[in-house]
Design a protein around this ligand. Structure first.
Ligand SMILES: [Zn+2]
Length: 142
């Protein structure tokens, strides 16, 4: 028995929650929520990419690249499904579905490489919006 074993076990304890399936699923969902290049939907093509009158963004400059949000699976309700499952398995508590979103907790189980995507997707999906530095959850239709 090595004296170092308990400490090693503790370190794994911290990491273990990040390998829970719903947490892994949430991170891969974020990774796949964007496609390469500018949005090519009818509205964007017609408007030559002018998003000044859009309520939700279609095209993003992230990580030094131009990306578009994949509409098919990034409605606010889609994001919420993944987010609340990851939240539950990571924190062992149910996520509050209205009011303020504790972004620090969400970032705790989001790969740091994906934080920019998280911050882009929350408002673009309509799930949450930032008001005076706080993130407020928006009621979802379904
Ligand atoms: Zn578009």
């Amino acid at each position: 028995m090595s004296a170092e074993q308990p400490m090693t076990a503790d370190l794994f304890e911290v990491d273990k929650r990040l390998s829970l399936k719903p947490v892994v699923d949430f991170n891969s969902y974020l990774r796949n929520a964007f496609g390469d290049g500018a949005c090519s939907c009818y509205r964007c093509v017609e408007g030559a990419g002018d998003e000044s009158n859009y309520s939700h963004r279609h095209t993003f400059e992230l990580e030094g690249r131009t990306l578009n949000r994949r509409f098919a699976n990034t409605a606010g309700s889609d994001v919420l499904q993944y987010l609340k499952k990851a939240w539950l398995s990571y924190t062992k508590t149910d996520m509050q579905l209205l009011g303020e979103l504790d972004l620090d907790t969400v970032k705790g189980f989001t790969d740091p490489a994906l934080h920019l995507r998280l911050l882009a997707l929350l408002p673009a999906s309509g799930l949450a919006r930032e008001v005076d530095g706080r993130w407020q959850l928006q009621a979802q239709a379904d």
